[in-house]
Write a protein that binds this ligand. Structure first.
Ligand code: PLP
Length: 424
């Protein structure tokens, strides 16, 4: 099959625009007539620093990241951030508590400081998770693995609303948040379950304004397709492999005030009071201090992300707003067709939380779902519509409507959905 005959709806890694890949392929062989490819140059070179700085600046421009926040490029994927967010919020919490204790008693000795901190850990240290799907659940489970269950609170679990399955989001008034959680964590778009937050919870607005509670958002599967109210988030992170570029780099947008607390923090002290200390490569303060180049970074991945951003900036004069409107239009087109054939398609999540990026549905035509879904995939493959199989944990069909899928691609799928539904 030729590349131009394919529309790829895979959930990640996603496809990339062909012109970006053409530029990347040439840069891989010989970057700017240097005789070396971009992946062969040292990550310590000026050339590499330029690629990193340009990518960061273009990202900040496209997403309108305010000067209060810094951009870090890290490794270890979204899964690495499940850990990094825990480690770093614990360090922020310890340093904030230490400062409070020392302010109240400036001459306190280390032994008493440790005793007081240990008491605080037992009585107060809680990380809150809003569990709305498989990825926030995984993040929550990772926090329990690192800290133990007493320090981790599930403030809401969507499965309780929906017969043990994800597909809804509970009203904020029902959440059971801790009194002063060190962190509140949400996943903006649940890639596996097709659930997206329709708006950002009001509860977060007041919380993120101080540095007592870190509000953390995993934006891995909708990044660059939705405006983010950065003032409501202490940390926003995302893997590159859906809307930004290739797998291999993970971006963290973090409040500078937190970096400043982290740089005063003492991991030693956290260890002495029995809390886990981040590995150096997951320590946000280390990444910030080294302009994301503490260890060897894949400059090729950063270059590709930079090319995606240049293309987006050239395509959408009103930046992320433009892409947001287009993503909404493509999703409305596809859901519109699915809803027109209720005998054939059943969208899995509740209408109120349907994802614009990952459309999850079952094919019920003829009554035998397995058979109907196999026929659906077969017919789609014949038309070059690829990557439509649902996640192995939930089955069904999943259309990943990432930015790389243009309007014509979405239209091609919409036509197939209609043809499949109406064929005998
Ligand atoms: N968070 C979300 C929303 C995801 O979709 C994924 C992966 O698809 C992850 C986290 C985990 O990312 P990684 O595979 O890079 O660890």
């Amino acid at each position: 099959m030729k590349r131009e005959d394919v529309v790829y709806f895979g959930a990640g890694p996603a496809g990339l625009p062909t012109d970006v890949l053409t530029t990347a392929a040439s840069a891989l062989l010989n970057y700017q007539e240097t005789g070396l490819g971009v992946a062969e140059h040292s990550h310590r070179s000026t050339l590499a620093a330029d690629i990193v700085n340009t990518m960061k600046a273009d990202l900040a421009e496209f997403l309108e990241i305010p000067p209060s926040h810094d951009v870090l490029i890290m490794q270890g994927g979204g899964s690495g951030q499940f850990d990094a967010t825990v480690y770093n919020s614990v360090l922020v919490w310890v340093e904030t508590q230490r400062q409070k204790i020392v302010r109240a008693n400036p001459s306190i000795n280390e032994e008493d400081l440790i005793k007081q901190l240990q008491q605080k850990v037992q009585s107060d240290l809680r990380l809150d998770y809003l569990v709305t799907g498989s990825w926030s659940l995984k993040a929550n489970q990772e926090a329990v693995r690192l800290l133990g269950p007493t320090h981790v609170n599930v403030a809401t679990d969507s499965r309780k609303l929906n017969d043990g399955k994800f597909g809804k989001i509970a009203d904020e008034s029902t959440w059971q948040l801790s009194d002063k959680p060190a962190m509140i964590y949400l996943c903006e778009n649940e890639t596996v379950d097709g659930v997206e937050w329709p708006s950002f919870p009001k509860t977060l607005e007041s919380r993120a304004s101080d540095d007592q509670t870190l509000v953390v958002g995993d934006f891995s599967s909708t990044i660059l397709s939705r405006r983010i109210p950065f003032d409501q988030f202490s940390i926003v992170y995302f893997g590159a492999q859906k809307n930004l570029g290739l797998p291999g780099i993970t971006v963290v947008v973090i409040k500078k005030s937190l970096l400043s607390i982290l740089s005063q923090g003492k991991p030693d002290l956290a260890r002495k009071i029995g809390l886990p200390v981040p590995p150096t490569i997951l320590d946000y303060a280390v990444a910030a201090k080294n302009n994301s180049l503490y260890n060897t970074l894949s400059i090729f991945d950063v270059f590709v992300a930079g090319q995606v951003l240049k293309k987006l900036l050239a395509t959408f004069p009103d930046k992320v707003r433009g892409q947001e409107a287009l993503s909404g239009k493509k999703a409305a087109l596809l859901y519109g067709v699915l809803d027109s054939y209720p005998e054939v398609y059943k969208v899995v999540p509740d209408e109120s939380v349907r994802s614009r990026m990952n459309l999850c549905f079952r094919v019920t035509k003829g009554g035998n779902v397995d058979e109907a879904e196999r026929a659906f995939i077969r017919g789609a493959t014949e038309r070059g519509l690829l990557g439509l199989k649902g996640h192995r944990s939930v089955g069904g069909i999943r259309v990943s409507n990432y930015n790389v899928v243009d309007e014509a691609g979405a239209q091609k799928l919409a036509t197939y959905l209609k043809d499949f539904a109406t064929s005998p």
